[in-house]
Design a protein around this ligand. Structure first.
Ligand code: DLL
Length: 441
């Protein structure tokens, strides 16, 4: 067996390492069942009728291409429970997506959905080294957000112990980490950075913490950010991906090889499409992830357009799992800024900043359009030790940052250096762009 595979009762080689052709047969059966289940939802019943789709006509995974897409807008229009395929009596849990535009989007789970969800979270945690003897602090919010409860049930399924700290109150989080000798931390990567900074500011020594591992997800982050957080907290950090409309965390996660996140293909079909033409992009090229659930009862979902941009890799992973792997998410197409006609993602700014010594990856982008041309300002925090009143040193730092940003984005950003600890900190997902351009008029 590969050295990357950690034997554990959760790891399921029959499902995770099966030959790809065999998996396709299994997926086709489940796709057929999903179409059957989705017919209970008026939206899909209508779309299937328009396209003459019946469950029986689904014979292979290639038939996926004939199925209709689902967008966030479709879900919104069916508010509150129009995308539920089961009666209320069969529901075991309801969560909601972190809607930025007023009303949330509800997602329901039957008892069986809950069991599957716990198993999926357990699987990626185990792939990333979680063992039953660890004590895990969950610093995701427990509530409508799927992060807290989702990871919580996965940890319990593994048999590890969970400390449900929930989000917020950074001082108390650090006290818990230290006093309970937590080995594994679960939160967003930006919150981990926030914790690392406060830990350093309080003069807490590495030896006072027992932290070894972390599982981060819920927002885009870069490899540079991983290096920074790992070295500041002395941990090994794994990436995991999911979204509430699909299930929550548990769609994909990294194994110890960390060569992309293994998609849990026995439960989800993932396509990578050109967002304009909606045609598949060639293997390894960037596109929008479009996800179909294969085993969900309460909220089966077909070809959901995630708006998340990533790449898919089909080559074998050293860990032995045969599932497709997805790259980091470059960003959501919703987060993409179009500045003077050039597409820019906040992750590109993060990448640039982490290449320059002396800056902290705390930044805020402000976009304005004083005349006809966009202006982009990035406020960047300095590290306390680099903050000085020597103009020349500050100018040099600013020029270095500006050069890196231009090298990565091809655009000029005005760089404003700001004092340590002056930009907003986030306890969940970071929000880094303020767009004052009033583009709707
Ligand atoms: O964030 C579910 C989740 C919770 C995943 C905890 C992982 C850990 P939503 O609030 O619906 O659900 O937000 C989903 O977050 O479409 C991506 O844009 C982004 N996202 C989630 N995980 C990652 C990741 C949860 N690892 C949206 N890398 C998704 C990049 C991520 N972006």
């Amino acid at each position: 067996m590969s050295p990357f595979v950690i034997p554990n009762r959760i790891f399921d080689p029959a499902a995770e390492c099966m030959p790809r052709t065999e998996r396709a047969g299994f997926q086709a059966t489940h796709l057929r069942r999903t179409v059957e289940q989705a017919r209970k939802i008026p939206f899909y019943r209508r779309k299937f009728a328009e396209k003459h789709i019946t469950a029986d006509s689904i014979r292979s995974v290639e038939d996926l291409q004939r199925l209709p897409f689902t967008t966030k807008q479709d879900l919104r229009e069916a508010y509150p429970f129009g995308f539920f395929a089961v009666p209320r009596s069969e529901l075991a849990r309801v969560h909601a997506s972190s809607g930025t535009t007023g009303k949330p989007t509800f997602v329901g789970y039957t008892r069986n959905d809950m069991k599957i969800w716990a198993g999926l979270c357990a699987r990626f945690l185990v792939a990333g080294g979680l063992t039953a003897d660890q004590l895990v602090q969950v610093s995701f919010g427990y509530g409508l957000f799927t992060g807290g409860f989702g990871l919580h049930q996965g940890i319990e399924r593994v048999g590890a112990a969970v400390l449900p700290a929930s989000s917020g109150n950074t001082q108390r989080q650090i006290m818990l980490l230290r006093d309970a000798k937590i080995d594994t931390l679960i939160c967003t990567p930006s919150y981990a950075l926030n914790l690392a900074e406060v830990i350093a500011a309080q003069g807490i020594k590495r030896g006072e913490l027992a932290l070894k591992f972390a599982h981060f997800g819920g927002e885009p982050w870069t490899e540079e950010m991983r290096c920074a957080v790992e070295s500041e907290l002395g941990i090994f950090a794994f990436n995991n991906y999911g979204l509430s409309e699909i299930i929550g965390p548990g769609v994909a996660g990294e194994c110890a090889a960390r060569t992309g996140m293994h998609i849990q293909e026995d439960h989800f079909l993932v396509e990578c499409l050109n967002p304009e033409t909606l045609e598949p992009v060639p293997e390894g090229e960037e596109g929008e992830l479009v996800i179909t659930s294969l085993t969900k009862e309460a909220c089966p979902i077909i070809r959901y357009r995630t708006r998340d941009l990533a790449r898919l890799y089909y080559d074998p992973c050293p860990c032995g799992r045969t599932t497709i792997r997805m790259s980091r998410i470059k960003g959501r197409s919703d987060d993409m800024m179009i500045i003077r006609g050039v597409n820019v993602f906040p992750t590109q700014i993060e990448e640039a900043l982490l290449k320059v010594d002396g800056t902290a990856p705390h930044f805020m982008i402000e976009l304005t359009r004083p005349g006809n041309l966009d202006e982009a300002v990035v406020k960047v925090e300095m590290r306390p030790q680099e903050f000085s009143d020597k103009m020349e040193a500050m100018h040099r730092l600013r020029d270095n940052i500006s050069r890196e940003i231009t090298a990565i984005t091809g655009l000029h950003f005005h760089v404003e250096l700001v004092e340590p600890n002056t930009l907003e900190r986030f306890t969940g997902k970071a929000k880094r762009v303020i767009d004052k351009r009033n583009l709707s008029c």
